[in-house]
Design a protein around this ligand. Structure first.
Ligand SMILES: Cc1cc2nc3c(=O)[nH]c(=O)nc-3n(C[C@H](O)[C@H](O)[C@H](O)COP(=O)(O)OP(=O)(O)OC[C@H]3O[C@@H](n4cnc5c(N)ncnc54)[C@H](O)[C@@H]3O)c2cc1C
Length: 540
């Protein structure tokens, strides 16, 4: 690709999309990334419809200029809107923001890339859609479609967001439209009700892949249950972890239909939600063990905390609470159940309390209310505060949080860990050993993605204004990856600087993926380097 070809392509795209459709990367901080990465981005394209997307790709082919599609570009901690490689033009699909179909009886909805969690909630509320939005901690401004393509997850009943996808429509790199065979045979409705379609499952190529620009996605929604009850449990005794972990598995196996996901959090992760980072106490950016213990004791934070939700009818919820007490009781010090009614009561009581106590009770009620809202499938930005713990400036009230724009330093290390006591202990030891060597505090969450496996998320938080801290955080990611590779804890998702991890030499996967890529996108104009190893044409 030459500078002339980029200039020619930009001129053609400007004619196609008009002035507002082609902007510089500096506009709205497109190039900002919480990982500290800086890509060279020649321009940002903002098409309004799928016909324009197809035309954009045809120009890209002719001029051999690569484009990198994003839906809302909020892939915080994994690269934000930045492409994997330099000199890719960002294809911002945020203006394709229609909800093109909603079947309120079946609970399936078809969304374009720009439909956010917040927009879907609003739509469902306006259309008597008694369904939960598949929310994540990333909040209301994030794309439903973009998150599912990255195989993101949350803790509402359909935790695995790509699992909920029943149908995909995409524009292939040559500008043609990909539709699934059932739809092409006239079975559009049943196609949206059934994930696997007919024949080879090609929709999967578009998730963590670079084979097309997805313009429509149909997803199944979880119905709002009669009751939603949060449960919180904890143990002060770190040694109980080995017993707690298999109990979590037992809970999911026993209560599968009503309890779908459980989070376990270590004390440092809890503290990051309860107290500002005490810079003056940190040594080389890391809180010493005695300071963590002091903070934990003053905030009443135990060694391990857990949270989950019961989605069920009243009768089932009652029985579920009993079973949870029976299973979790022996391995925890505390187990409490909270629903919206209890939170409202706490808020009312806080109004009658004096000064500081009132503020404390109200603060607690507000936090619980935020957590419950998420469990009810209504997005909020409460969890985003984590990104601002070490660096970044919170926006003014009323403005949406955006950790990339606001200067936060964050890289997610997100490996899979078997739900087995001794494996979790090995994993915790590994993270607690590696992170401090790079000035990173080990904040650990383990989220069940099924009853066999946790997905752990460790936010590597650092000061993005400090070049040395940024480099060390990136080194920390590599060190965690390498240690995890030895121990068997590998990531479910990668950031844009870690895609070379997919380069597994002459493996069957790398060979097939690269051959498919070469067949579908011979000029490599679509998201080059994204999850599919780049190999030379001569090797294909
Ligand atoms: C504090 C915090 C909490 C978070 N919590 C969660 C969480 O609970 N769960 C979770 O999953 N993530 C979480 N995240 C990570 C991330 O911010 C979200 O996953 C977010 O939804 C991804 O950004 P997006 O929705 O804007 O998708 P995008 O950035 O638009 O898309 C992600 C990637 O998918 C590809 N892509 C997007 N759209 C298309 C398309 N139409 N066609 C082809 N390819 C496309 C692109 O390569 C893009 O880079 C969190 C981040 C932070 C900072």
């Amino acid at each position: 690709m030459t500078s002339t070809s980029i200039e020619t392509a930009i001129a053609e795209w400007s004619t196609l999309l008009g002035e507002s459709g082609v902007v510089a990367a500096g506009t709205e901080s497109y190039g900002a990334s919480t990982t500290g990465t800086n890509r060279s981005i020649p321009a940002v394209l903002r098409p309004k419809n799928q016909e324009q997307v197809a035309a954009v790709l045809k120009i890209a082919q002719r001029c051999k200029v690569a484009v990198y599609p994003v839906s809302t570009g909020n892939n915080w901690g994994y690269g934000s809107a930045n492409p994997v490689e330099d000199d890719c033009v960002i294809l911002d699909l945020g203006r394709l923001n229609r909800i093109s179909n909603f079947d309120s009886e079946m609970g399936v909805v078809t969304v374009q890339p720009g439909v956010t969690q917040g927009a879907l909630r609003e739509f469902l509320d306006q259309h008597d859609g008694n369904y939960l939005v598949p929310v994540t901690g990333a909040g209301p401004t994030c794309s439903i479609l973009g998150n599912a393509l990255e195989r993101g997850y949350g803790i509402t009943p359909i935790t695995d967001h790509f699992a909920a996808v029943t149908k995909i429509e995409a524009i292939l790199p040559d500008g043609t439209l990909y539709q699934t065979p059932l739809s092409q045979l006239g079975g559009s409705e049943v196609d949206g009700l059934f994930k696997w379609g007919l024949g080879p499952y090609l929709d999967g190529l578009f998730s963590q892949g670079n084979f097309g620009v997805v313009v429509n996605m149909t997803i199944a929604l979880a119905p709002v249950p009669e009751t939603v009850t949060a449960f919180f449990f904890s143990t002060k005794d770190d040694a109980k972890l080995e017993a707690l972990v298999p109990t979590v598995r037992a809970v999911l196996r026993t209560l599968g239909g009503s309890v779908v996901a459980i989070n376990l959090l270590n004390s440092q992760r809890m503290l990051s939600m309860m107290a500002p980072f005490p810079d003056d106490k940190a040594v080389d950016g890391v809180l010493p063990a005695q300071e963590v213990a002091r903070m934990a004791s003053s905030h009443g934070v135990p060694a391990w905390s857990g949270v989950g939700a019961i989605y069920a009818s009243k009768e089932v919820a009652r029985a579920t609470r009993r079973t949870l007490r029976r299973l979790l009781g022996p391995v925890t010090d505390r187990l409490i159940f909270i629903n919206q009614r209890k939170v409202d009561v706490a808020k009312n009581i806080s109004r009658l309390l004096p000064g500081k106590l009132a503020t404390r009770v109200k603060g607690m009620a507000d936090t619980l209310s935020g957590a419950l809202q998420i469990m009810h499938g209504a997005p909020n930005d409460v969890a985003l505060a984590l990104a601002y713990w070490r660096s970044g400036t919170l926006p003014q009230a009323g403005q949406a949080k955006n950790p990339a724009r606001d200067g936060c330093g964050l890289i997610w290390f997100a490996p899979l860990v078997p739900i087995r006591g001794k494996d979790v202990r090995r994993y915790i030891n590994m993270v607690e050993t590696v992170c401090p060597q790079y000035g990173i505090n080990p904040l650990i969450t383990l989220t069940t993605v099924n009853d066999r496996c946790f997905d752990s998320t460790v936010p590597l938080l650092f000061d993005r204004n400090n070049a040395d801290a940024t480099a060390r955080a990136n080194d920390c990611y590599r060190a965690l990856f390498e240690a995890g590779q030895k121990e068997g804890f590998l990531p479910y998702r990668l950031n844009i600087d870690a895609m070379d991890i997919m380069n597994t030499g002459g493996s069957g996967f790398a060979g097939l993926a690269s051959q498919l890529k070469a067949a579908v996108d011979p000029n490599s104009i679509l998201a080059p380097g994204r999850y599919v190893p780049r190999i030379k044409h001569s090797e294909v």
